[in-house]
Design a protein around this ligand. Sequence first.
Ligand code: COA
Length: 379
Amino acid sequence: MTAPEIKKGLAGVYADYTAISKVNPETNSLLYRGYPVHELAENCTFEEVAYLLWNGELPNDEQLAQFKKECHSGRELDQATIDVVESMPKDCHPMDVLRGAISFLGTYDEEHFTPSTEHIQKIARRLLSKIPTIVALDIRRRRGEGYVAPRTDLGFTENFLWMVFGDGPDSPLNKPGDVECFEKSMILYAEHSFNASTFTARVITSTLSDAWSAIVGAIGALKGPLHGGANEAVMHNMIEVGDPSRAAQWCKDKLANKELVMGFGHRVYKKGDSRVPTMEAAFRKLASEHEGTEKWVEMYDIMAETMYENTSINIRPNLDFPSGPSYYIMGFDIPFFTPLFVMSRITGWTAHIIEQFENNSLIRPLSAYNGPDERHVEK
Ligand code: COA
């Protein structure tokens, strides 16, 4: 028998069709339901993009008003969920808290789970509404601050910034550049075809398990530093570099040691990440509005240039490279960068769960055995 061809990491394998987004590495573009992501980031709110991902079309005014009404009114957490979050150790990773809290929310989904589009959309709206409240609560309790209830009169980003930072003069809520940069990051992070966490959600869905389980699994996949966890690693690295004057040598040392530099490279894009230009522009604007933060931009530029010039594949930044320092400048604690990613990607995950259910086939690849030949127990 000829040896099977192994596609390590499933690289280059088409596992299914999707109508949700199109990643085109040749043209360095990303479309959500046909719309270029940079156009959406320039012209739409994150809530409009969430609606688009779930319904296939951008909402009209009436649809948007109804959608916002429903999402905004679902933001509050009940006491049982607050207690669950509060009971978790303050030194565990915030992604673990989110995983646990969402798993808990799923246990008292008032309706028995059905794989209907309607029911999954309901779960999706519930999570879009409640995840920011869970994340904000977790941020605050670690700082020794109490729960701040969500507001129904604010948009997605404004409400989240309100719950985390309040509305004092130093709050990002009162800095239009911060609000704009955060909102853009949410739009850019929302969806990216069959990435590892989305594929995890689709694998779980393909067994006809429930949407809550699929999302909890996706959170686990996103946590890894080769995936969503990279935005945290980027900032840890920048802090380790400390000063732009050390940035070039730091990158060269990493490359010489054959170590990965987080925030660079991509499984699909080999000529640059389509989302980076928009996020990079937002990062530069943000930094220009925050005194004393120019050094992160300087470091960003030096690291990007050094990595490009010193790798045979001319490696370029991915979305996590500009988003990491952006969240840091806004005042978020580094371990929360990946939960911020979840707040956005929940839209893409749930769109894919619906799509998988609508045309399901159990996802179950083959493996080629390379262990010991058959042998027998000798006693
Ligand atoms: N730093 C240093 N070297 C890198 C690198 C990085 N971030 N990313 C890739 N390379 C190297 C690889 O080690 C490989 O070297 P080799 O040929 O000597 O083995 C070469 O570049 C080609 O790698 P490639 O095939 O393009 O990578 P991949 O498709 O297997 O992996 C990632 C893609 C995303 C997993 C990888 O680029 C990575 O680990 N990046 C850092 C984590 C990160 O930022 N993740 C977020 C992704 S959005």
